[in-house]
Design a protein around this ligand. Sequence first.
Ligand SMILES: *Cc1c(COP(=O)(O)O)cnc(C)c1O
Length: 360
Amino acid sequence: MDFEHIPHAAPVPSATRDEALANPGFGTLFTDHMVEIDYDADKGGWFTARVCPRQPISLDPAAAVLHYAQEIFEGMKAYRQEDGGIALFRPEANARRFNQSADRMAMPHLPEELFLESIRRLLSVDKDWFPTVEGGSLYLRPFMFASEAFLGVRPAKQYKYLLIASPAGNYFKSGAPAVKIWVSRDYVRAAPGGTGAAKTGGNYAASLVPQAEAIEMGCDQVVFLDAAERKWVEELGGMNLFFVFDDGSVVTPPLSGTILPGITRDSLIQLLREEGLEVREEPYSIDQWRDDANSGRLLETMACGTAAVVTPVGTVAGRDGEFTIGSGGPGQLTSKLREKLVGIQRGRMDDTYGWVTRLS
Ligand SMILES: *Cc1c(COP(=O)(O)O)cnc(C)c1O
């Protein structure tokens, strides 16, 4: 598909941009351009693609996404390499997952090659938007939504795919401090047969009240239990979990349809197995978690995802009290895996898996 290029007539002046890039924060600073691709079932599918100035989009008030939430997204990062080049981490996995999410939400596939091409195009025009701070990256947000003006309930016939980019600082200022998480008892994130395995905005909307409860209880993040028995630990609002035991084995909840299949999760499973550790994808209950933390059998718990990479969980709090994992600080394996993954992403360590895609 041909991309039309419409350069920004008044891009952010370089002095202003460079100042912003020294302290980008997360999610509020954006690059000059975006990618926009339109879909219409009656026009045979995806029909126009352009790289254009980032600007507000106009939508009909009856656009289906505003009423029935037919929307999916991805979250990934582009990394400046040691030698000045740019690289992506397993972008084809994001392209594939985007279409798996599309399947669940009754949306059309975006050809994987078009997804990847949109990223290459945006990065080629906005390559001067990489943060200058240590640990910074360019966060990429591809997303698709139903734009058809129609209030009936059925899959829409018109969609928009957009890609925006946001320079991001180090999620944590120095290293990765251990987080305190809150066990939600009144709310669940996903039910069997629901949309938990799809990266769709509605899952996040449903997590906001429990996440606010977690903050109110003095915690950083909420952890969800399964919807059926309220017993099995699933994941955080946007991160998968791993449990590290004193016999050298590691457990992570299985992908049973209610958990988002994280690409960081998949990468960690591979790295752990390469280390010679046994990784079991099996259910782990909240009671067992408490007992194992108290007995000392559980050494570490880590949360993982693109935004914060690998983060130690130090304390777990709930209605019936709290427990501490290990010393309550970052564990050895958590720190080691974090360094390894960040090293591969930034080109400081050998990429023996073929995970890194160089763009320049
Ligand atoms: C995106 C996401 C993750 C992490 O996935 P990564 O591919 O590792 O970034 C985990 N849980 C939820 C609910 C998510 O939306």
